[in-house]
Structure formats: C-alpha cells, structure tokens
Design a protein around this ligand. Sequence first.
Ligand SMILES: Cc1ncc(COP(=O)(O)O)c(C=O)c1O
Length: 375
Amino acid sequence: MIRFNKPYLFGQELENVKRAVIEGRLAGNGDFTKACHSYFQDRYGFEKVLLTTSCTDALEMCALLLDIKEGDEVIMPSYTFVSTANAFALRGAKIVFADSNSEHPNISIESIKECITKRTKTIVAVHYGGAACDMDALSELCNNHKISLVEDAAQAIESLYNGKPLGSFGDCATFSFHETKNVVSGEGGLLVVNNECSAARAEIIWEKGTNRTAFFRGEIDKYGWVDLGSSFLPSELIAAYLYGQLENLEAIQEGRLIRWNRYYENLTELAFAGSFELPMLPTYATNNAHIFYIVCNSATDRIELIEFLKNKGIGAVFHYLSLHKSAFFEGKHDGRDLPNADRFSECLVRLPLHLHLKTQEIDFICQCLTDFYNK
Ligand SMILES: Cc1ncc(COP(=O)(O)O)c(C=O)c1O
C-alpha cells in the first residue's frame, strides 16, 4: 500500500526528546519551547510566537485575543477545516461563509465583499495547500472596514506572499504541526501575534489566564488569575520533537518539492487533454509543496478515481467538505450558493506526498491515473 501520508523521522527528534526527559523538565515553556520560538522569530521575522498544542488551539487563542463575542460576524471560506470555524463559533460569533475562487480553493475577495456588514469583526484567510491568499486585497479590505485579520496558515509553513512570509500579515496567525503537515510533532501548533498590544495578553491566555510567564521571567513576585485563558502550551516533549524537525526543515522542503514537481511534470499531458485540473499557483504565491492535488471534472469521476487507486494500493483522499452544508451548520447558513467551494468539496483529490515516497511510486501513481483516464 502506498500510504497517503507517513511522518518522516530524522533521528534528532528522538535525541531531543531523550534530552528533555533526562534533564527532567517536561512541562511547557522550557528550553526546547524557547528554542522553537527563537527559530520561528529568526527565520520568519515574527515578533511574538507561542507554541500551542494544535493549530485548533492557536485559532481559539485568536478568538480570545480579538475579543470575539456573541453577535460578532466572522467571515471565512466555507472550504476549510472545521477548526477554522469552531474556534470563533465557541465564542458565540456568527460564522459567515464566503466562496472560494473559481480556479483556486482560497477565499474569493469578491465573495467577501458581499458578506461584509457593520457587525463584521474579523476575516479569517486560509492559505489552502500553503498557497497565499491575496494579502494586499485582504489587508486593504480590513483597513477600510476596520476589521481584524487572522491568517489560518495551518498548511503554509515556509510560504511567501510577494516575498514576505505568510503569518506576518494578519493581526494574528496560526500554523499546524499535525502529523500530516510538512513539519510535524504529532499534534502541535503555533500562534503568531503581530499586534504589539495583544502580545502580552497572548502569554496570559496561553498560561490558563495567569501571568505565570512574566513570573517565570522574574518580572513579578507572584502570579494569579488575570484574564480568560486555558492550557494552550504543549509539553517539552512535543517541543523537543518539533525542534528536531525544524533542524531539518531545508531537507524536508527540498524533498517535498522534488516529489511535487515530479507529479506536476508527469501529469501535465493528462491535464492538458482535459482529464482534470492541476494545482494553480497565483503569481504572488510560492509553493511549499504541502499538498499535491488534482481537481476532477465531476463528483462521480472523483469517487471512481479514488476507488480505482485504492484497488491499486494507493491512498488518495478527498479534502474538506463545504462547511455551509455541514450537519452542524445546516439551518444557520443564509442560503447563498457557494458553487466554487462545492466544486472543490466534490472534485478535489489529494495524492500521497511524503518523504518516504519513492520516485518509482510517484511514476506508478501517475501511470495509474493515465490508465484510469484512458480506459
Ligand atoms: C486550514 C486548517 N486549519 C486548522 C487545522 C487544524 O489543525 P490542527 O490539527 O493542528 O489542530 C487544519 C488541519 O488540518 C487545517 O487544515
């Protein structure tokens, strides 16, 4: 079986975990957490970062940081993971789903414009497959309407928008290190805070609503409950593992890009013949090779293709299901059609992409696609 995903172990991860265990410092915010924080700050120029137990948690922190309350409207793409919406729904926000672009799953600026009202508090931009949303257009929209901007960059590590790292545009941004991502720690995430006023508060929310982080830095002589919060910080074991992956980030990216390009080259002819669409990358975006996907011509095509590949021992999978049509949101949506989100929900297929994947396996997968479309 060619697995859809298989986490890659470099070895340093285990060495680091062993060191953390032997040093006997296992709770959060220890040396490995600090090393990860410095890494992200140095590499991407982020001012304030905090490791979290997941991207879901980082998104929940964003909702707390932005003081999202009952009645606030939060606009986001329908074509996204449930956590993007849940984090804001948990605070009582009204979720307003926008459509995707026709040629790319990222949120459509035109669709957002139709959703803005005087109650709109926040827009959440999801960088699908690591490809940047149109950040200039989003920033302009947010400035003009005094709306805050969150980047759900769960899949977007190492990606740039016009040369600037994703995660540096929103008031806050979130990344994921779930085992399916480019850099993994099993479960894990990162919060980036770009708004200076919120940075101190983010530390408090991170540590159960207490000022314990300032206490550990020796800035105050006792700590206590000062705000809302939860236990959002991961243990040192997670941070130690993650740091081992970060030490190999260049190799991870190089390996993924080689595989992504091999798929693209192998499949160009079929796409040209109209069998399916290949991923499209906007000119302002770079490719972090997070996902290799194709968009089938119909829902039936996709079902048959996934089944065909499964019978050949290939783990190909669909992705998000439009949230405006989800069981939870049924009855809450205002009835607008979101045809592009629906098309990606029904027709997008992700092919295996991980560092264990051999060139011959990619060629075999592409041959199977050729057989399927020529049958
Ligand atoms: C766009 C998006 N946001 C958030 C998440 C949640 O990430 P995590 O599993 O780290 O909580 C995911 C998960 O894949 C995602 O795709």
